[in-house]
Every structure is written in structure tokens, then in C-alpha cells.
Design a protein around this ligand. Structure first.
Ligand code: NDP
Ligand code: 2IT
Length: 446
């Protein structure tokens, strides 16, 4: 079986040159699936793995727009429709200058398994552009979004593919994208999630990824009869996921002491309380400033060009971007006594770092499981749109919590069933895979 899996991986490398993040994501999943493939020879016969690593469709397009000086600018737009085995394609849009095909393929591939874990009927997709919304005025961002949707609209729809936010795509961008879609198709539908609450959005969706990541960590802690009370937590990033991670940690009596952005991190040993968090939200979501301003305002230390993993903590919440924790960072966290890692970001830990966490047998929740609360609540937004109703905050939060509990349970169960008890990485990959593979078998070679 090992030989077969190696062959599939070699084929992926050869067919997708220059896409290291995609290779990394595929390798981790394939390695986890060895015991599953040995137990289910029918999957090999049906070419499940060969089909699973090949996106159903990749769309790439030109996005021309006019900047404030009247000049023509051109970016590249993408949508990767990876798998529709268990539902319409679903996954976010990322606008960031480092976006390329390989990064979006890794994200779309991860999304297939994550969405399967949510218990909701959603396939996997991802898209975006190498456009940087931080560098543009509101008017430029609007014109870019309108141009992006002027092509994307023909490939998406509420029963086909439902994009949402990710890095660089928040409420403002979703609004502009939705307005343009509605104008082009003349239909008010749930084509995007993360919408404003007055026009079809779900309560709790903005908070869902951060809340979910903390709920998942809480479930992990419960396996050791422990809780967040009094725990010191290190959080990276300062965007959507990080902000609501800090908020939920505060609700549960923990203390979050760091936040970061691509320039550096702040360390506030007193903890980022509710008042300081509202300063961060205003700073990041409205003024679109840098996290350094927190250090100036509250007279705490700012570490230029560094990541927060050297700060002593019980729990770490990487919530910025891929590969932000390398082997050394993982060693430092472990050495300082960190025993919980819950990944709000997608693939934030390098394979060498992951190995360290697994070997140390800490409570390590991989992104696929730990950050699935965001897309799960997107699924809840789709349901509310379909029945033309909106649930109150308590109802959505209750469902989110229950989904995170059930992902945790399914992940641990799969890990145990396939011979790696306590390994959340293998468990998430296997549990996510089994549902998709069963659907693919039922639907024939498509
Ligand atoms: P935001 O755009 O709101 O915030 C991103 C944060 O990460 C910012 O602080 C940003 O800093 C920092 N960051 C981004 N890229 C880099 C980089 N290359 N190096 C260092 N810092 C970086 O995005 P989100 O909070 O929505 O997303 C954060 C992570 O969570 C991503 O990995 C995303 O895929 C994942 N995720 C998001 C979900 C969602 O619902 N939004 C759901 C599940 C996962 P700066 O301002 O300097 O760019
Ligand atoms: O990575 C992710 O799961 C997201 N960016 C959220 C996707 C979604 O469709 O809500």
C-alpha cells in the first residue's frame, strides 16, 4: 500500500510543478490514509486517490480595473472547484499579493476534507486573486471586486459554488462582490456567505472561525479534565480569526497576550481585554492600520519582524497564514510548556513542526478540524437562506458549538479506529476522507 500511495504522490509532484504548498497538503493527507486504503481495496480499484488529488475544474481569469489615478491595472483571478462529491463547491476567496495557483490548490484541497468534517453537505473549493486590498482605497477595492465578479459570476451560484471570505476578503469585499453578482444575474440568492445581516448574512458568521477554534481546543482540554480558566494563550494574526479567538478566550477566563501582523507582534502580559480588543477591531477593520499602534497606545512591547512563538504560554492559536510555525518555533513552544495548539489558520505548521507536536503528544488540533467552524457557519447561512429565515445568535452559536464537538469526536474516533489514538491529524484526514470516498464510490467514475 505504501508503494501505491508513493506512486500517487510522485504523480502529483510531476503534474503540478512549482506548487510546494499543494504538495505539502496532499502529502500529509495521503500519508494518513495508508491504513484506510489497506482496509478498503475497493477505493484503489475505483481510483479514488487519483481522482481526489485532481481538481474537478480550475478557472483562471484576467481582472482589469481602473485605479484612482485613472490607470488600468491588471490582476489574476482564480477559482478552484476541487470536489463536488458531497455538495456544491464551498470555500473562501483570498486577496493577497502572494496568492498563486499552488496556494489556492492547497487551500481548496484542505477544504474538501474540512467541509466533509462539518457534517454539512458541502464540496470543496477556493479562489482569490493576487490583489492587495490593503493598498487600495474603498473605491479601488469596489472596482476590483466588481471586475472580479464580472467573470466569476458565470461559474458560481447557490447550488453550484458558494464563495466566502478568507485573508483580505471580509464584510466590505463580500458586499461589493454580492452587489455585482446580483446586478449581473438579476437574482437575490445566497451565492456568497459572510453577507451583512441585513441582506441575508448569518449572525455569528464573522465570529465563527475564532469561536470554533477555541471550542475545539476546549473539547481537547476536556479529554484531560482541564479548561481554559487561567491559561495564558499566544495568538498570531490580528484579522478576523484572531480577533474572535481572543474574544472567546476572554469569555472562557483565559488570557490572550499576543497579536501580530506581517510586520511584527505585540506582547501584552496583562492580557488583551475586551476594551483593548475593541481598539484592535477598530484599528484593523476600520482604520486598516498596523498592530504596532497597539504597542504605542498601551505601552507594551512590540517585536518588529518577529513571530510570537517565543512567548511562554499554555496554548497557541496560529491564526495568520500557512507555514508560520516551523520546526524551531514548535520546539520553542514545547520547551516553554505549551501543550495545546489549535490552528485557526490553514496549514500554519510546517511538516517538521507537525511531527514535533505529534511526537510530544500535546493536544494538537490541525486546521482542517480546528478552523472548520467558519465554513460550518457558512453552511448554516446557506440553510437560513434556503428556508428564507434567520436564526438568532444563541441558536447559531449552539449549532456551531455542537458541530465543533462532533468534529472533535469524529476525529478522535477515526484516529482510534485506524490505529493512531490521540492523533488529531490522522483522525481529521481519515474522517474527512471516508465520507467523500463513499460518495465518490456511489456516484461512479466521474
Ligand atoms: P484577515 O485578512 O482578516 O487577517 C489575516 C491576518 O494574518 C492579518 O493580521 C495579516 O497581517 C496576517 N497575515 C496574512 N498573511 C500573512 C503573511 N504572509 N505573513 C504574516 N502575517 C500574515 O484573514 P483571516 O483572519 O480571515 O484569515 C486568517 C487565517 O485563517 C488564514 O490562514 C485563513 O485561511 C484562515 N481561515 C479563515 C477563515 C475565515 O472564516 N475567515 C476560516 C478558516 C480559516 P497583515 O495585515 O500584515 O497582512
Ligand atoms: O478556510 C476556510 O474555511 C474559509 N476561509 C471559510 C470558507 C467559507 O466558505 O466560509
Amino acid at each position: 500500500m505504501e508503494k501505491y500511495i508513493e506512486k500517487v504522490f510522485a504523480w502529483v509532484q510531476q503534474k503540478n510543478p512549482g506548487e510546494p504548498e499543494f504538495h505539502q497538503a496532499v502529502k500529509e493527507v495521503l500519508d494518513s490514509l495508508e491504513p484506510v486504503m489497506s482496509r478498503h481495496p475497493e477505493y484503489q480499484e475505483a481510483g479514488i486517490l487519483e481522482r481526489l488529488v485532481e481538481p474537478e475544474r480550475v478557472i483562471m481569469f484576467r481582472v482589469p480595473w481602473v485605479d484612482d489615478k485613472g490607470r488600468c491595472r491588471v490582476n489574476r483571478g482564480y477559482r478552484i472547484q476541487f470536489s463536488s462529491a458531497i455538495g456544491p463547491y464551498k470555500g473562501g476567496l483570498r486577496f493577497h499579493s502572494n496568492v498563486n495557483l499552488g496556494i489556492l490548490k492547497f487551500l481548496a484541497f484542505e477544504q474538501v476534507f474540512k467541509n466533509s468534517l462539518t457534517t454539512l453537505p458541502m464540496g470543496g473549493g477556493k479562489g482569490g486573486s493576487d490583489f492587495n486590498p490593503q493598498a487600495g482605497s474603498d473605491g479601488e477595492v469596489m472596482r476590483f471586486c466588481q471586475s472580479f465578479m464580472a467573470e466569476l459570476f458565470r461559474h458560481v451560484g447557490p447550488d453550484t459554488d458558494v464563495p466566502a471570505g478568507d485573508i483580505g476578503v471580509g464584510g466590505r469585499e463580500i458586499g461589493y462582490l454580492f452587489g455585482q453578482y446580483k446586478r449581473l444575474v438579476n437574482k437575490f440568492t445566497g451565492v456568497l456567505t459572510g453577507k451583512g445581516v441585513t441582506w441575508g448574512g448569518s449572525l455569528i458568521r464573522p465570529a465563527a472561525t475564532g469561536y470554533g477554534s477555541v471550542y475545539f481546543a476546549e473539547e481537547m482540554l476536556k479529554t484531560r479534565a482541564d479548561s481554559f480558566k487561567g491559561k495564558t494563550c499566544v495568538v498570531s494574526g490580528s484579522g478576523n480569526v484572531s480577533q474572535y479567538t481572543v474574544e472567546k478566550l476572554n469569555h472562557l477566563g483565559a488570557k490572550a497576550v499576543t497579536l501580530s501582523d506581517s510586520n511584527g507582534f505585540i506582547h501584552d502580559p496583562e492580557g488583551i481585554d475586551a476594551d483593548k480588543l475593541s481598539f484592535v477591531m477598530e484599528l484593523k477593520n476600520v482604520k486598516r492600520g498596523r498592530i504596532k499602534e497597539y504597542a504605542d497606545k498601551y505601552s507594551v512591547k512590540y517585536y518588529e519582524g518577529q513571530k510570537p512563538w517565543g512567548i511562554k504560554c499554555d496554548a497557541a492559536f496560529p491564526s495568520a497564514t500557512q507555514n508560520e510555525i516551523d520546526e524551531k518555533d514548535a520546539e520553542t513552544l514545547l520547551k516553554n510548556g505549551c501543550f495545546v495548539v489549535s490552528e485557526g489558520a490553514n496549514m500554519p505548521t510546517t511538516p517538521e513542526g507537525v511531527e514535533k507536536f505529534i511526537k510530544a503528544k500535546i493536544l494538537y488540533g490541525p486546521g482542517k478540524a480546528a478552523n472548520a467552524g467558519g465554513v460550518a457557519t457558512s453552511g448554516l447561512e446557506m440553510s437560513q437562506n434556503s428556508i428564507r429565515m434567520s436564526w438568532d445568535k444563541e441558536e447559531v452559536d449552539r449549532r456551531l458549538k455542537e458541530i465543533m464537538r462532533s468534529i472533535h469526536e469524529a476525529t478522535l474516533r477515526a484516529a482510534k479506529d485506524y490505529g493512531c489514538p490521540g492523533n488529531y491529524v490522522a483522525g481529521a484526514n481519515i474522517a474527512g476522507f471516508l465520507k467523500v470516498a463513499a460518495a465518490m464510490l456511489d456516484q461512479g467514475i466521474v
